[in-house]
Design a protein around this ligand. Sequence first.
Ligand SMILES: Cc1cc2nc3c(=O)[nH]c(=O)nc-3n(C[C@H](O)[C@H](O)[C@H](O)COP(=O)(O)O)c2cc1C
Length: 355
Amino acid sequence: MSLSPFLNNLLISYQAAPSADNSQPCCLSWEPPILTLRYDTERVGSYTFPYDSQATLLAAGAAFENILRCCDDAGVGAEVTLFPEGEGSNVYAEISLQGFEAVTNSLLPDFVAARHTNRHPYKKEAVPKRLADQVESFGSEIGVDVKVVSSKADIALIAKQVQVASEIRFQTQEVHEWLEKSLRFTAQEVERGDGLDVETLALPPGGGAFLRLVSCWARMKKLNRIGAYKLLAAIDSAPVRNAPALLAISASDSMVGGLDAGRVMCRAWSYLNAEGLACHPYYVISDQLERLKQDRVPEVLTGQAKDMRKNCQPLFDLKGGQTLMMLLRVGYPKKQALRSRRLSLEKVFKNLSDN
Ligand SMILES: Cc1cc2nc3c(=O)[nH]c(=O)nc-3n(C[C@H](O)[C@H](O)[C@H](O)COP(=O)(O)O)c2cc1C
């Protein structure tokens, strides 16, 4: 089986997109000239965020963005139908590729290799205004707001809300059990190509063993009686407090809003990485906001979650109907990050053997 250089690059670009816990929740199928992007219900349905969750829409939007940019790079036209009717309920987009047969000398676009997560500490050096201004302009044509926060006072206020959201998160069984399923501790587990390789988490010495211990909910629950959730949330939010800048992405709280925010997130993240800056997403506030809306925050914690929501609204300039989609810590890296793996093409490209 051999793919044309263009299709091969398109698949690599698609696969390089980020996803929550590296769950890679989507798959592609190809009936020339139509490429269909959908949720891989069979593979991830019981283990990660559902099809219509904000986290999955962000990942799908990021994959969609990489596909469209790859087409653009190669001069291939793309006619898009979002959430097509009559399809199964797990389709995000149908993309009709125009003129792909004529492309013979396609190269892998630079942004694909550049984008990655770096969870190490960053230098104090500020993010240049020219780059901040550039990324802030990215979502304007599709109604996504990108805001670069670099005032120390505002960063401290946001870090406090990350800490609150993180405290709730470490006391929530469902979220904790998802993390447990995502973590990859051994070389054999990492080999699978999905999930979070603990080596990419930039943990301090002994951090991996500690994470393995607390990744079991029954143990975490016991340790929470002596305040473990507070300690973990303080560790989790400390890098945000020390960040030279934060990038906040907000959009309309809808399925199209989630997909569009994912596109802009991937574009901004790739752009900053290509300019030598490092990025580290913090999804915890967005996740708790969505859980609050869906009544999925444990009852005893809803008061704290509601306060957090109230505090976030002015911090992120959220307008009516908008929600915070993603927060990223941004700065110049002190250390290069270990790259996370990806699933084999056979797992995500459904009809690979027919091409
Ligand atoms: C919706 C979404 C939420 C994420 N949330 C977090 C997070 O809260 N903390 C974190 O360290 N990484 C987070 N990530 C980063 C992913 O773990 C990362 O993209 C994935 O492991 C693949 O690694 P890569 O970005 O280096 O390609 C998130 C990514 C996405 C798309």
